[in-house]
Design a protein around this ligand. Structure first.
Ligand code: NAP
Length: 290
C-alpha cells in the first residue's frame, strides 16, 4: 500500500505556481489576487479559509479575507459580491460554504462572476466543464484529478466508482473522470443514498478506483473493495474525541489498497491547490497570458 500524499503534491504544484508568479512580477505585472468571503463563525470554515490564505502566501498571491456577521442580509452579501465582480484587482472570488440558513446558497453562487468563480460552482462553469469546454473545474474534484496525475495512476479505461452525488464533489468528479479529458476517460458508476446495498457492493468490489464523499466515518470497509484498489477518501469528519477521520475505515482497508489518501493530508490539501491553479488561470485570462 502506498500513500497518495496530498501535501507533497500540493506543495509541488504551489511551488510551480509561485515560480510563474515571479516571472509575471519580473515583467511588471501585479500579483494574482484571491478574495475570500466568510459569513458567520463556523470553526471548520475558519480552518478551511486559513488554509487558503496560507496557500496564497506560499504561491506569492495577494489575498483578502472579508468577514461578515452571521446576521448579514442576503441582499447585502449579493451587493458586496457585485462590487468584487467589478473590481479588476481581484482575479478569484470564493464565498466560503456553508452559508447561514436565511441565505440562499445557490443565489450566492449564481451571483459570482463566472470569470472569478475559482470554486467552479457557477452553472456556467459547471456546464462548460460538463461539455468538455475550458472552464474553472470544481476545486475538490480537480484536486483529486491532479493528485492521481501526480502519482501517475492510470485512469483511462479504468472502472471508477464514486460514492456520493453532491454538486461540489461526487457529481463533478464523476463527470470529469468520464469525460475525454487529459485526466479522464474512465468508465464511471455514480452511487448515492438510493443505490441498493447489493448493487453498491457489486460495483465497489470490482472497482479499480473508488472515490468516496458521503461524510460518514468508516463507511468504506474492507469487504467492499478488491485487492489493489486505488481509494480516494474525500470525507472530513470530526469525531467526538476531536480526531479528524475520512469516510474510510483506514487501518483495515488500507492493507487491501494499492494507493490510498490519508485524512488529513490527502484530498483537503488538493482542494486548496486546485483553487490556486484556478486563481492563476483567472489571472492569466485577465492579462491574456494563457
Ligand atoms: P453532501 O452534500 O452531504 O453529500 C453526501 C452525498 O453522499 C449525497 O449525495 C448522499 O446521497 C450520499 N450518501 C449519503 N449516505 C449515503 C449512503 N449510505 N450510501 C451512498 N451514498 C450516500 O456531502 P459533500 O459536500 O459531498 O461532502 C462529503 C464529505 O466530504 C464530507 O465529509 C465533507 O466534509 C467532505 N468534503 C471534503 C472536501 C475536501 O476538500 N477534502 C471537500 C468537500 C467535502 P443523496 O444525494 O441521495 O443524499
Amino acid at each position: 500500500m502506498k500513500i497518495l500524499d496530498g501535501k507533497v503534491c500540493a506543495d509541488s504544484l504551489v511551488a510551480d505556481i509561485a515560480k510563474k508568479v515571479t516571472e509575471y512580477a519580473d515583467s511588471g505585472l501585479r500579483k494574482p489576487h484571491m478574495t475570500v468571503i466568510l459569513v458567520g463563525e463556523h470553526p471548520p470554515s475558519e480552518s478551511y479559509v486559513k488554509a487558503k490564505i496560507v496557500s496564497c502566501e506560499n504561491a506569492d498571491f495577494e489575498s483578502s479575507l472579508i468577514r461578515f456577521p452571521e446576521v448579514i442580509k442576503e441582499r447585502e452579501l449579493l451587493a458586496r459580491i457585485e462590487e468584487i465582480n467589478n473590481d479588476p484587482t481581484t482575479d478569484g472570488l470564493i464565498v466560503q460554504l456553508p452559508l447561514p440558513r436565511h441565505i440562499n446558497q445557490q443565489s450566492v453562487i449564481n451571483a459570482i462572476s463566472p470569470e472569478k468563480d475559482i470554486d467552479g460552482f457557477h452553472p456556467a462553469n459547471f456546464g462548460r466543464m460538463t461539455l468538455g469546454q475550458k472552464a474553472f473545474r470544481p476545486a475538490t474534484a480537480y484536486g483529486i484529478c491532479k493528485l492521481l496525475q501526480f502519482y501517475n495512476i492510470p485512469i483511462k479505461g479504468k472502472h471508477c466508482v464514486v460514492i456520493g452525488r453532491s454538486n461540489i464533489v461526487g457529481k463533478p468528479i464523476s463527470i470529469m473522470l468520464s469525460n475525454d479529458f487529459d485526466i479522464g476517460n474512465a468508465t464511471v458508476t455514480l452511487t448515492h443514498i438510493e443505490t441498493p446495498r447489493k448493487l453498491l457492493l457489486d460495483e465497489t468490489r470490482r472497482a479499480d478506483i473508488i472515490i468516496v464523499a458521503v461524510g460518514i466515518p468508516g463507511f468504506v470497509t474492507p469487504d467492499m473493495v478488491k485487492k489493489g484498489v486505488v481509494l480516494i477518501d474525500v470525507g472530513i469528519n470530526r469525531l467526538e474525541s476531536g480526531k479528524l477521520v475520512g469516510d474510510v475505515a483506514f487501518d483495515e482497508v488500507a492493507q487491501k489498497c494499492s494507493w490510498i489518501t490519508p485524512v488529513p493530508g490527502g484530498v483537503g490539501r488538493m482542494t486548496v491547490a486546485a483553487l490556486m491553479i484556478n486563481t492563476l488561470m483567472a489571472y492569466q485570462n485577465n492579462f491574456n497570458l494563457a
